[in-house]
Write a new protein. Structure first.
Length: 237
């Protein structure tokens, strides 16, 4: 019997699509649980502790955005949102609500499976450099998966944490969105710079003293992002 690639929880109200996804992802090697609404999704999340959640934006009652926010209050499980169209507002709103990635309908199941595998692979990998990184009052401990600012722990999702480590391990180096997609999400041609931008915004809200004027994760217009340590600081120990 082949080993499962992971447990995927599908939250989708369209019975036909939910059934098709269940069968297709099982054929791809995943264990699959599926429900039709956000409330049931939260119940199954607590019961089975899935490796990834696939959330449709258009759900009855509480929508997919609400569900993403509710999941993030309880878990850092990877989330992929499904949108009915490649609408910038829906995509960005889903990412801002806590999703790690998105797909748009109609989609090819092989692409969806590839995105799921890439996201799971990256969330299971540890950061290469286990040295603690200190930048002023911001302390990043890759081996513990912890970030503190002024001694207080900051709660990050696994993707946010990997993004922060990727930037902080190369201070003052400009990293393009394509490079960040490849190194953090594990794919390039599937990628969309909006995924990176949304995660940077979320990360800034958590680690920056003033997110509107970031002092650590700085935008380099037309090129990407750069992690700036305080002057003469940024010590790994």
């Amino acid at each position: 019997m082949n080993q499962s690639l992971g447990v995927v929880l599908i939250v989708e109200d369209d019975d036909r699509l939910r059934s098709a996804l269940r069968l297709a992802l099982r054929d791809e090697g995943f264990e699959v649980e599926d429900v039709a609404d956000a409330e049931s999704g939260l119940e199954r999340l607590a019961a089975i502790d899935p490796d990834l959640v696939l959330v449709d934006i258009m759900l009855p009652g509480a929508n997919g955005f609400d569900l993403c926010r509710a999941i993030r209050q309880e878990s850092n499980v990877p989330i992929i949102v499904v949108t009915a169209r490649d609408d910038s507002h829906d995509v960005v709103a889903g990412l801002e609500a806590g999703a790690d990635d998105y797909v748009t309908k109609p989609f090819v199941i092989k692409e969806l499976a590839a995105r799921i595998r890439a996201l799971l692979r990256r969330t299971r990998l540890t950061v290469d450099d286990s040295a603690v990184m200190t930048f002023g009052d911001l302390v990043i401990s890759p081996d513990q998966g912890r970030v503190t600012r002024a001694g207080e722990e900051i709660s990050l999702t696994r993707t946010e944490f990997r993004l922060l480590c990727e930037l902080a391990q190369s201070p003052n180096r400009v990293m393009s969105r394509d490079i960040l997609l490849e190194n953090v999400w594990g794919y390039d041609y599937f990628g969309d710079g909006r995924v990176v931008d949304a995660h940077v915004r979320r990360l800034r809200k958590k680690i920056e003293p003033n997110p509107a004027e970031p002092s650590h994760v700085v935008t380099v217009r037309g090129l990407g992002y750069r992690f700036e340590p305080p002057e003469s600081e940024g010590v790994a120990r």
